[in-house]
Each structure stands twice: as structure tokens, then as C-alpha cells.
Design a protein around this ligand. Structure first.
Ligand code: TTP
Ligand code: MG
Length: 408
């Protein structure tokens, strides 16, 4: 059998509230709720452990929270403070292992396999991490250590508040057995009710169910449930980064086959893709086009280039060729259009590129990127995107795309 991995899951206690308490000592050791004033509609985002003694928890309507605990102090909170604290927290963690996977603002997994010799034990490594978080940020962190992510997360939850728990290798299954099924990550209220109707209440009972019975009731989700219930979880720790593709798409208010409109939109989307690509100092070897026709049939076409590219013109030209080919094979009007780049690589610009026409084009694009950053995306227009004015309302700086998250 392969040697057991050592995975640390770390999660800050009452994160939003603790950040507020750190900044304002008057809030310490009191029932405090971040979420807003209780006279407004809204829910508890974070409750201090003092407030939890009154039954308060995340997701509870603020009105209910005030009824249960009238003496609680309600604050609106400030996301920028939590983001700052989160960054500092992740920086501390990164000092301990490069195998770091943030799982939210206040939690992360670390692969600590083989780090025993550095710290004496993984338990001592985790103790040092918790101490640094306490000393430098004034925040309490709870830690679970196990052979996989799922068990480590369950265990850090059990360790709360301000605790540390480790499940020794080989003891995962027996450790989990007596716990209620709701403790398994991924088991929501629906699955819990379903399992309950099958007479399954503990993780141990779930682990001894035949896989077929689980498959029959839970389909594709059953395999992960089965493995986790048995304490098996070999999912790797995945550090963030390595963006694999960049794309933008939008839907028309009215389906169209008019080439100037389609090409104008494509140009606009290509420029947005290009800007993101250059911002990450990457080049792409592959351009993709996505079209959805009036009857909702969706196609994607891709073209792989001989040389990696990063200019708006090259992305657009490749996309336009794909568009023309696609439309020559289809009579319907277009409902959605999108363009993307994939097969990304570091740009690794060479000196001899500086004076080629592509090099000049790249520098021009970068200059445009800078101006747009300052004055808004629509401050510079090309002939093609000008035509978009009739198509998309211009609000403030940028065109509003019908897919809001994509118009950033
Ligand atoms: P959690 O780690 O789930 O909660 P917590 O840190 O407040 O408490 P603990 O870990 O000790 O149980 O979430 C981290 C932060 O994310 C939390 O402080 C506030 C925010 N959050 C919400 O905004 N809404 C929610 O529904 C939840 C669960 C969290
Ligand atoms: Mg937390």
C-alpha cells in the first residue's frame, strides 16, 4: 500500500466577526453578528461563538437572530477588510507548503506529506501555523489532519473552535463511523433526508451500504459519497493559477445573420479576450469560436495556429475565419456568439520580436490596454466595434453585454 498522505485543512474561526473583533477590542468576547442591522432584511454571515450559544448561525435571518439574542451586537462588516485578512492568512500558509489550495477566503488545504522531518511532526507543523496566524493576525484557526481532503475537513470542523485534531493513517474509517451523515462534505439536506429514509444515519452505516444501492439512489454522486464515507480520498491538492483558457460570449436580443453585426461583436469580444491574455503575459496557440443558433443548437469550432499569438487582430482574424466557415454551413440566425483562446503559454517575448510587425502590433495593443484601463473600454474604438453602438447600450465605460459577468 502507498504511504499515507498528510493533508492539513485549516479554517479560521468565525472569520468575519473575528476580523472585526481584532480591529475593535470592544467587540471581543461578546455575541457579535456580521450581516447588517436586524431591522433590515438579510441573514447572518458570521456569528461569534458567544452568539452561537444562543443558537445563532450563518444563514439565519437577522430578525430571528435578534429575537434569540437581543443583546447581540450587529455590524454590517466590510468585505475589503476580510479580503486583506484573507491575503495575509494565505501568505502565512504559503510559507509552510507550496502545495496550497485555498478553498475560500478563510480556509485552505495543504499537502504536508513528507514534511515531518522539517517540523518534527505534522501535528507540530500545524501548531506552528496556528501560532503564526494568532500572533500576526490575531485570529484563531482550527485544523484537521488526515490522509485526504474530505476527512481533514470533517475533522477541522470537529476541532472548532480553536482546536486541532489528527486522524492517524489507517484509522479514517473507524473515526468517521459514529459521525452523523450530515458531517460528510457534499451531503445536503436532500441527501440527508433520502439516506434517513433508507435507515442510514451515521457515516459508518453509509460506508457499509452496497455501492449498487447508493448508485440506484444517488447516481453519479454515489461514488464520491462511498469513497468519502470509507475515508478514501485521493484528490490532489491543486494550487490555483494555471488558467487554461480565456473566453467571452454574449447573447443577442434579436437573432441575427448580419455580418457587420456579427463581426463587430466578435471583434469586441476578441479585444476583451486579448486584453486578459496580455494582462497575464500569455500567448495562445488555439482560438475557439462558439455559436448558438436560433434553435439552440450550439457549436464550437477551434483552430490551432503554427505560432502562438496575443494580438487582438490575430485573435479576431482567426475567429472571423471560423465564423465564415461555420455560417457557410448553416442557414439559421445566430443567437449567441463567443470567442476564446486556449493552449496558453508564457509569452517569453524575444528581442528580435521587437521590430517585426507582430511586435509593433503587440506594443500598440498594450498601449491601447493602458488607455482603456484609464478611460474605459469604449474610449478607443475600431471601425468594426463602432457599429456595436446600435446593438448594445453603452453604460458608463463599457458596453453592457447580456451576460453580465462577462462584461468585466
Ligand atoms: P465559515 O468558515 O463557514 O464560517 P465562520 O468562519 O464564520 O465560522 P466557523 O468557520 O468558525 O464555523 O465562512 C467563512 C466566512 O464566510 C464567514 O465568516 C462569513 C462568510 N460566510 C457568508 O458570508 N455567508 C455564509 O452563509 C457563510 C457560511 C459564510
Ligand atoms: Mg471559518
Amino acid at each position: 500500500m502507498a504511504k499515507s498522505r498528510r493533508i492539513i485543512h485549516i479554517d479560521l474561526d468565525a472569520f468575519f466577526v473575528s476580523v472585526e473583533q481584532q480591529l475593535n477590542p470592544e467587540l471581543r468576547d461578546k455575541p457579535v453578528v456580521v450581516g447588517g442591522k436586524p431591522d433590515r432584511r438579510g441573514v447572518v454571515a458570521s456569528a461569534s461563538y458567544e452568539a452561537r450559544q444562543f443558537g445563532l448561525h450563518a444563514g439565519m435571518p437577522l430578525i430571528t437572530a435578534r429575537r434569540l439574542c437581543p443583546q447581540a451586537i450587529f455590524i454590517a462588516g466590510s468585505f475589503s477588510r476580510y479580503r486583506d485578512a484573507s491575503r495575509k492568512f494565505m501568505d502565512i500558509l504559503a510559507d509552510f507548503s507550496p502545495y496550497l489550495e485555498p478553498a475560500g477566503l478563510d480556509e485552505a488545504y495543504l499537502d504536508a506529506t513528507g514534511f515531518e522531518s522539517l517540523y518534527g511532526s505534522i501535528n507540530q507543523m500545524a501548531t506552528q501555523i496556528r501560532q503564526r496566524v494568532k500572533d500576526e493576525l490575531g485570529l484563531n484557526a482550527s485544523v484537521g489532519i488526515a490522509s485526504g481532503k474530505a476527512v481533514a475537513k470533517i475533522v477541522s470542523d470537529l476541532a472548532k473552535p480553536d482546536g486541532l485534531l489528527e486522524v492517524p493513517p489507517g484509522e479514517e474509517r473507524s473515526f468517521l463511523a459514529p459521525l452523523p451523515i450530515a458531517q460528510l462534505p457534499g451531503i445536503g439536506q436532500k441527501s440527508e433526508a433520502r439516506l434517513s429514509s433508507l435507515g442510514i444515519h451515521t457515516i459508518g452505516q453509509l460506508a457499509s451500504l452496497p455501492l449498487d444501492t447508493l448508485k440506484h439512489n444517488f447516481g453519479v454522486a454515489s461514488m464520491a459519497m462511498y469513497r468519502h464515507a470509507n475515508g478514501i480520498d485521493d484528490r490532489p491538492i491543486e494550487p490555483p493559477g494555471a488558467v487554461k483558457s480565456i473566453s467571452r460570449e454574449t447573447t443577442y436580443a434579436r437573432d441575427t445573420r448580419e455580418m457587420p453585426k456579427l463581426e463587430g461583436t466578435l471583434r469586441y469580444l476578441a479585444e476583451r479576450v486579448g486584453r486578459d491574455l496580455r494582462q497575464q503575459d500569455k500567448q495562445a496557440k488555439c482560438v475557439t469560436l462558439k455559436l448558438r443558433y436560433a434553435d439552440f443548437t450550439t457549436i464550437t469550432r477551434r483552430h490551432t495556429l503554427k505560432q502562438p499569438i496575443s494580438t487582438n487582430q490575430a485573435i479576431f482574424d482567426t475567429g472571423r475565419q471560423l465564423l465564415q466557415t461555420a455560417l457557410s454551413q448553416e442557414k439559421q440566425a445566430v443567437r449567441l456568439i463567443g470567442i476564446g483562446v486556449a493552449s496558453l503559454a508564457e509569452s517569453g517575448r524575444q528581442l528580435n520580436m521587437l521590430d517585426t510587425s507582430i511586435g509593433r502590433q503587440e506594443r500598440l495593443d498594450k498601449a491601447i490596454d493602458r488607455i482603456r484601463k484609464k478611460y474605459g473600454f469604449t474610449s478607443i474604438q475600431t471601425g468594426r466595434t463602432m457599429r456595436l453602438k446600435d446593438l448594445f447600450p453603452e453604460t458608463g465605460e463599457d458596453y453592457t453585454l447580456n451576460t453580465p459577468s462577462l462584461s468585466r
